[in-house]
Design a binder for this molecule. Structure first.
Ligand code: PMP
Length: 355
């Protein structure tokens, strides 16, 4: 049965990746062992782990000033791990607040030290990306969320600042060409464009580390993980394996330029229909609309559940909006192809006709 999965994460992954992962669960590399039972210290897995780190670095076009880690604890753990590692004891983190995830980053930074909201789009329900803001002096770094998974807004430009820049790229990692090297620290939970839940990638510029004068618990210390070549403790072997497969799929698609073009075309198709169809309204203002998470509402709220059911009859799943926004959210990550988006657009048109 063909199901069109628009879930926000965990989410759709390439079918070939599912197949390769399934095979490796049964028999990894023809060795008669499952990927689930091999040692994380085995040569076979270490090769994959080190290759995956290298592939992330290559896709981001980062030089050897950076290290890439596969960690656990989700992107949410990075909200505290980042201040632990790069916020000096008496320092202040600057954070651009564009939604739920940056709000959490602010909360966690404030637990450990101080956070200052540099700019916010809270005044309009986070339906835009703040612009024309100024940095106050003395901030230790600036944190932003490049793509706001819940509200559906996205940065299309990277701010130019003279302090270290930190990007939460959980929901738009590897969806388009991006100036990764303008960031000093990048992190992303894997469970959207990269793999299953359970692995989080971090790319960090080494010169940033070791300067806070904090005592950092070992598991939260990037330097410990770097020294351990991302195997300081048992890493999430299977999740990393699936990320490794997906990284190769990304390259086989033609890399970030090809994926970026494809993702733009998918998003345009969907936003054009939302703007045309009298039953629906886009949530985010033009210019700031995410090409990964397309959020929209229905003009007649009483029809909201009807549309979800209408879609479900057509095997379109995962489009119910996040509880904090309502309406709908179609997540159109890398592995969703234009055909899937076309099926959704046709459902929107058919719903309009029968309304
Ligand atoms: N940041 C962003 C942008 C997210 O979309 C999410 C979750 N989807 C998180 C952080 C938190 O990730 P996790 O659930 O892996 O902790």
């Amino acid at each position: 049965m063909k199901v069109y999965n628009f879930s926000a994460g965990p989410s759709i992954l390439p079918k070939t990746v599912f197949e390769q992962a399934a095979n490796a669960v049964l028999d990894f590399k023809g060795k008669g062992l499952s990927i689930l039972e091999i040692s994380h210290r085995s040569d076979d897995f270490d090769e994959i782990l080190q290759d995956a780190r290298q592939r992330v670095k290559a896709l981001m076009q980062l030089n050897n000033d950076y290290e890439v880690l596969f960690l656990q604890g989700g992107a949410s753990s990075q909200f505290m791990m980042i201040p632990f590692n790069i916020l000096p004891i008496d320092g202040t983190a600057g954070i651009i607040n564009t939604g739920t995830w940056s709000t959490k980053a602010i909360k966690e930074a404030n637990i450990l030290g101080k956070a200052e909201v540099v700019a916010s789009s809270k005044d309009k329900g986070f339906n835009y990306i703040p612009k024309n803001w100024q940095l106050t002096d003395g901030l230790s770094y600036l944190h932003l969320t490049t793509n706001n998974t819940i509200y559906g807004s996205q940065f299309f430009e990277t701010p130019v600042v003279n302090i270290p820049l930190v990007g939460d790229m959980s929901s738009d990692i590897f969806s388009r060409p991006w100036p990764f090297n303008k960031y000093d620290l990048i992190y992303a939970g894997a469970q959207k464009n990269l793999g299953p839940a359970g692995a989080t990638i971090v790319a960090v510029k080494k010169e940033l580390l070791g300067k806070t004068k904090r005592n950092i618990p070992s598991m939260l210390d990037y330097q410990k993980h770097i020294k351990g070549r991302s195997s300081f403790n048992t890493p999430p072997v299977f999740a990393i394996y699936v990320c490794w497969l997906t990284l190769q799929w990304i390259e086989a698609q033609g890399g970030l330029t090809a994926l970026g073009n494809k993702n733009e075309a998918k998003a345009k198709l969907l936003y054009d229909e939302i703007d045309r169809n009298s039953l629906f309204d886009a949530y985010v203002q033009p210019g700031d609309r995410s090409i990964m998470n397309v959020t929209f509402t229905v003009t007649d709220e009483s029809k909201e559940a009807d549309f979800v059911n209408f879609c479900s009859d057509k095997n379109i799943v995962g489009i119910k909006g996040h509880r904090s926004v309502g309406g709908f959210r179609a997540s159109i990550y890398n592995a969703m192809n234009l055909e899937g988006v076309t099926v959704l657009v046709e459902a929107m048109q058919a719903f309009e006709k029968q309304a």
